[in-house]
Design a binder for this molecule. Sequence first.
Ligand SMILES: [Zn+2]
Ligand SMILES: [Zn+2]
Length: 173
Amino acid sequence: MLVDIVPVGDVSAEVKRAASGGLRSIYDCEVTVNDSQSIPSGAYDAGRNQYCAESFIQLAEREGRGDKNIGITPHDLYYRRRNYVFGLAYLDGSGSVVSTYRLQTSSDGGFSNKSAADIFENRVRKEIVHEIGHTLGLEHCDNNRCVMNFSPTVQEVDIKEETLCGTCRRLID
Ligand SMILES: [Zn+2]
Ligand SMILES: [Zn+2]
């Protein structure tokens, strides 16, 4: 499997590296990083001051060269009535997206002595692995340590591991 990372906007080298590393270690896949793309036209909602996640998925599907293509963006994303999303993917689809916008809170509440940069990169890895999991057919998992657990807050993201639990792993192997 080849996963193509499609940066949308100004995505740092650290974020690209974290995303590539997470995907390689969990899915044993090839990872490429595409050219930076500009924000898809029509994606911005002025009333919400946010961007439509689905437009970013369509862009990743259109520009990506992989079996799976994941957009990464620093911009704040929404999906339907949800106030924000860290990411979005369709089950078994080829495209997905992750926003780093709300993963950047500096603290993990004092649970670890990791640096803010490490905490942020770990969150990026988990959310990227999570969205690609959906594109491989995985749904949300009840195990709060599993990367496929639904984690709408950074606190929940910090609790889960970067890895798939045994049940999820067996579903894709
Ligand atoms: Zn999910
Ligand atoms: Zn699981």
